[in-house]
Design a protein around this ligand. Structure first.
Ligand code: FAD
Length: 325
């Protein structure tokens, strides 16, 4: 495969680059086959973020600065990215399979007449790498390798799966500040009000403590929150717990909730329905706590504890506190 000019669309959250941007650079390196790697960061006052993109290996950075890009909107970002593509003519574009990536990537693919391979979790090989993506809610994996005649390619990568490269703080490069022409916006975000959850962001957490209907009430989540606090973990939930109004739907993990891949996942008082597994079965280590030894979650758990969660979770928290705090 010849060298390919590759653009990485970095994602900014609360004024910082999201980790998935660095993972996208690692994927882009493999896909570019030695071609130029251009990082694109869009927003308001974002050029200061260029240094981190260089540290993870891009050759050049384009900072698209515009007050209308302060908050993500489909129209504004699509217009901005297309103007960058028009100027740069990338052969490959890589971005995160996040809410934003899922929203904007198909629109960019249509406009560029590009192939789109979404939700990639691994790349195999250096020359013309094969991309692996889960299908049927993670029950099977599909391997994709675009043909040379397919033209431009857009790839979205699932957060927390592809390992970012080593950070080199000394790396630098050229930063170009680009202005774009954004018109006819159908929606404008005036303000973003953060939910006062205060905790660790579920989609980027390395450790997740998830509860199900077995926690029995909103108060039943308290021991799970205490365990999460000791571990620096995020709290998640099954849909069973959300439907029962024990917690907010923003915590739901699964087919119709968030897809997560932490290093460590505690599945507590949840049965392990296939729709829940679709959102967490790629976690590196799964610990299940359930009073039913036949609960399906034990089939995919690396460690299982059979018993009442209200006995086990506080004990576990005490033991971990003694070691970690
Ligand atoms: P249950 O299945 O009721 O399991 C509760 C578990 O807690 C049981 O295993 C029980 O043994 C255990 N337990 C009870 N008391 C204790 C105790 N004191 N100590 C220890 N263990 C205890 N679900 C999701 O999670 N995410 C999704 O995204 C999702 N999407 C869906 C999409 C569709 C189209 C459909 C049809 C369903 C979807 N579901 C989803 C729902 C899913 O099918 C299950 O109904 C749901 O996951 C069950 O939640 P649960 O495991 O908490 O509850």
């Amino acid at each position: 495969m010849s060298a390919k000019k590759t653009i990485v669309l970095a994602e900014v959250k609360n004024g910082e680059l999201r980790n998935v941007s660095f993972e996208a650079i690692a994927a882009a390196k493999q896909l570019s086959n030695g071609g130029e790697l251009v990082g694109v960061v869009a927003g308001e006052s974002v050029q200061s973020l260029a240094g981190e993109l260089f540290a993870y290996g891009v050759d050049r950075v384009i900072a698209v600065e515009d007050a209308q890009l302060k908050h993500y909107t489909t129209d504004a970002y699509k217009q901005a990215y297309l103007q960058v593509f028009d100027k740069e003519k990338p052969e490959v574009v890589v971005l995160g399979h996040t809410s934003i990536g899922k929203d904007v990537s198909p629109r960019l693919a249509v406009k560029l007449d590009a192939a789109l391979i979404s939700d990639v979790i691994a790349l195999e090989g250096d020359e013309a790498p094969i991309m692996i993506r889960p299908i049927y809610s993670g029950k099977a994996f599909e391997k994709k390798q675009p043909a040379a005649e397919d033209g431009a390619l857009i790839v979205t990568i699932r957060p927390n799966n592809i390992v970012a490269g080593e950070k080199d703080e000394s790396a630098t490069g050229e930063v170009e500040v680009m202005s774009v022409d954004i018109t006819d916006l159908r929606a404008v975000v005036k303000e973003v009000v953060q939910k006062a959850t205060g905790g660790v962001d579920l989609s980027e957490a390395n450790v997740i403590v998830a509860g199900g209907r077995g926690v029995k009430s909103a108060d039943g989540f308290k021991p799970l929150q205490e365990l999460a606090d000791v571990l620096g973990a995020a709290v998640g939930a099954s849909r069973g717990a959300c439907d029962a109004e024990y917690c907010d739907y923003s915590l739901q993990i699964g087919q119709t909730g968030k897809v997560v891949t932490p290093d460590l996942y505690f599945a507590i008082g949840l049965s392990g329905a296939i729709q829940h597994l679709a959102g967490m079965s790629n976690s590196k280590v799964i610990v299940a706590i359930n009073k039913d030894p036949e609960a399906p979650i034990f089939e995919i758990a690396d460690y299982g504890i059979v018993g009442d969660l209200f006995d086990i979770v506080p004990l576990l928290t005490e033991e971990l506190k003694a070691v970690l705090v």
